[in-house]
Design a protein around this ligand. Structure first.
Ligand SMILES: *Cc1c(COP(=O)(O)O)cnc(C)c1O
Length: 479
């Protein structure tokens, strides 16, 4: 399709601004551009059609099945968008006096109370703008804790080999040394391997449970108490809380702090790089290090003093104010609309859907860890690759032609030809059956016509971009 610059016609424009009725001020010459800004010249309909055409090339949750493992691409109810769009929320200024934004304070406080209850934590911040940012905040809490006790020899953070890549990255960004710990054959943490890396230099452990294989670690209480006995703290990566919310709480599993991706579990549309919220909860003994917020720290209807903001009493600060507020509005709407019964039911349905789909596929594709899964599961396509030459990537690309977004590929790293599927609770049985049918077709196609599968997709504008080139040398401007 043509770019806006290629559609540009000199002199074409859409006149929308009324004549200026305030005194104009001449900009000093030294601040003026020497040449005109090369902007495309277009009519309103040109621009509208351009973006609509782009929109048609995008695959989103509203288009079809999107089983992207570890990303929780659930349908986001419209009511959450409606409340987040209320002018009382969108029109406020972050520096508005606390007395003028009582409603926002109530939103933040209620969301904090509910999410603390769901996670089993005592206090919370909404400052972090994403999951990785939440991890960064949580691991800084651990660092502040050890530092405040003068326990500065604790330099190591333990991360299992099935962890999301952001975990080791976070530990390293916070200045810790990352120690990998192997998974046992059942996909959980190998307790002997854990024991062997624990010691007086252990600052903490970062863990996801259920892990990225979609498996719940049955030894979780043992694991967290082993870390505590060694003097370390336990960080729960709760990016996806979809399998456990309302059923099991990280706080009860022995974790000291946790982040939750409100943009995954709590229904904010994501995937396009838009704003997120990595709410970080912690146990009471860590609360003194949480970022300060005038509205979040309000007590008995009185806002907290402004001057407690930065560097006070060992508090960390990772972003301005109370974070991406409108995402908290969506999350609270979601929580309140589901209610006490709806939250655990949602988790149960997420787990049911994942197990249902896993059983539909297991006669063709090998399930990497064939036991009851939680919200997601991993297929291992090594056998298929050996039989047909078609890889996990080829299968994923072929699914696109059948209207299914590819699952997460080649992750977790410990399964080599991995496809990781997370159907989420919002898919109907019919959708799951149709998806299973598509997987069956693609499996057959890989055997009958492997070259066709290897050249997929055949229906998209771009088929197989050079992903390394695209991330190392992105071309993001025209001309
Ligand atoms: C998505 C995810 C993250 C990172 O969250 P972002 O918002 O993308 O930074 C971390 N851990 C796990 C397990 C995840 O699934």
């Amino acid at each position: 399709m043509k770019l806006l610059f290629e559609r540009s016609v000199p002199g074409r424009k859409t006149q929308v601004l009324p004549p200026c009725d305030v005194e104009t001020v001449e900009i000093p010459k030294e601040y003026k551009r020497l040449t005109l800004l090369p902007l495309p010249e277009l009519s309103e309909v040109d621009v509208t059609r351009h973006y609509t055409e782009l929109d048609h090339q995008v695959f989103g949750v509203n288009c079809g099945f999107y089983p992207l493992g570890s990303c929780t691409m659930k349908y986001n109810p419209r009511v959450d968008e409606e409340t987040a769009a209320l002018p009382g929320f969108t029109g406020i200024h972050p520096l508005a006096p606390a007395s003028a934004v009582k409603g926002c304070e109530e939103i933040l406080q209620t969301a904090k109370k509910d999410l603390c209850e769901i996670s089993g934590m005592d206090d919370m911040t909404f400052q972090p703008a994403a999951g990785a940012h939440g991890e960064f905040t949580g691991v800084l809490l651990i660092k502040q804790y050890h530092d405040s006790r003068g326990d500065t020899a604790r330099r190591k953070i333990i991360v299992p080999d099935s962890a999301h890549g952001t975990n080791p990255a976070t530990a390293s960004m916070c200045g810790f040394e990352v120690v990998n710990v192997a998974s046992a054959p059942d996909g959980g943490i190998d307790l002997d391997a854990l024991e062997s890396v624990l010691g007086p230099d252990t600052a903490g452990l970062m863990l996801t449970n259920p892990n990225t294989l979609g498996l719940f670690d049955r030894n979780i209480l043992k694991i967290t108490s082993m870390v505590h006995e060694a003097g370390g703290l336990c960080y729960y990566d709760g990016a996806n809380l979809n399998a456990v919310m309302g059923l099991v709480r990280p706080g009860d599993m022995g974790f000291d702090c946790v982040h939750m991706n409100l943009h995954k579990t709590f229904a904010t549309p994501h995937g396009g790089g838009g704003p997120g919220a990595g709410a970080v909860g912690c146990k009471a003994f860590l609360a003194q290090f949480l970022p300060h917020s005038v509205l979040m720290d309000a007590k008995d209807g009185k806002p907290a003093p402004e001057n407690a903001a930065i560097g006070h009493g060992g508090r960390i600060q990772v972003r301005g104010f109370a974070g991406n507020f409108l995402i908290v509005v969506r999350a609270l709407t979601y929580i309140l609309s589901l209610g006490k019964e709806g939250i655990p039911e949602t988790a149960e349905n997420a787990v049911l859907n994942a197990n249902y789909l896993m059983h539909q596929l297991e006669d063709m594709y090998r399930v990497a860890y064939p036991r009851t899964c939680m919200h997601e599961f991993v297929l291992d396509l090594q056998d298929l690759k050996e039989e047909t030459g078609c890889s996990a990537l080829d299968v994923a690309k072929t699914l696109i032609d059948y209207g299914i977004h590819p699952p997460t590929m080649y992750f977790p790293l410990i399964v080599h030809e991995a496809l990781m599927l997370e159907p989420t609770e919002t898919e109907s049985r019919e959708t799951l059956d149709e998806a299973a049918e598509v997987f069956r077709k693609v499996y057959q196609l890989a055997h009958d016509d492997p070259d066709y599968v290897k050249a997929s997709p055949h229906s998209t504008v771009i088929g197989r971009p050079d992903e390394v080139q695209a991330s190392r040398h992105p071309v993001v401007k025209y001309g």
